[in-house]
Design a protein around this ligand. Sequence first.
Ligand SMILES: O=C(O)CCC(=O)C(=O)O
Length: 311
Amino acid sequence: MTVLTFPTARPNLQMNYTTLLERHPEVALDRHSLSFSDKSAVAEIGRAYALFGAVLLEQALPPAVLSASACAFRQYLQAQAPSAATSDARGSWHSPWLVRQGDHFAMAGVLAAVVRSWIWDVVEEMCQSAQIVLLLKFCTARHNVDDTLGLGGHQDAKVVDASVPLSLWIPLQEIVPGRCSGLGFVVPRAERVLPTPSHDDVGADYLLRELGNLWLPHYALGDATIHSNLSVHFTTGFGTRTDRYSFEVRAMPRASAPAHHLDPVLYVARRNGLPTFVEAYSSIAKPADGFLRATQSALAAMPIGQKRAGS
Ligand SMILES: O=C(O)CCC(=O)C(=O)O
């Protein structure tokens, strides 16, 4: 089982996310105009992403699908012994095919909704391809208990894999900075992989030098962000002890995907103009067959959405 965990900055006396937000409330504003809707041109979103490394897609996913997924995730966690996952008082990380109750997989509907939403047009634009792979070994369902955290950040090129270009971060609930843990970014993105003083983390000093470029988005239910592998980003923590549920999805062009990342995997391409799962694979070592089938069934059951404005 691959369960990614990311560096999480420890409490820091100099500045934590609560004091950051109190002293610099502007960090919660989208100062670089990186929020887009289904009315925005895909090319415009692609340009912002190329320059800044992170974009927020507003109201991109059906709230009912996300709420149902959060509810199923909670039920799964309640049914687990605490030792069954990478779990402690701060929450836990799970491969999506393991988050199940019988034949019901909490993340299957979210993945299908992503592929059938206008997010997919954006992913294709960023990948410059309509032949995409969903790298399930790098996808993670996360339960986070909001803790007081000192500033820090990481780049996925360092902590995930340099070959994987992008991540979608999908909260399964509303995220209000200061009220629950979320994901924040340094925008524009870095130009290269940065030195990390400790534990793959760029450190508080880096963020403090970038105060004008910090962004702690407010996510409404249905919003998602996409960040690049060079984007410095961070789990925010305010010490409220509230629960947060999210799903991180990693995708890349099929043509450049390393073979050793393709287990388990879902292949997406267009059929009759609609993004569709065209192949799936899971080895015996990664028992994800049930999840792959559930995701394909969820896609087949999805209403065919309206075409985007301008597409
Ligand atoms: O969910 C989180 O808080 C962290 C996710 C993350 O850091 C990442 O996507 O690289």
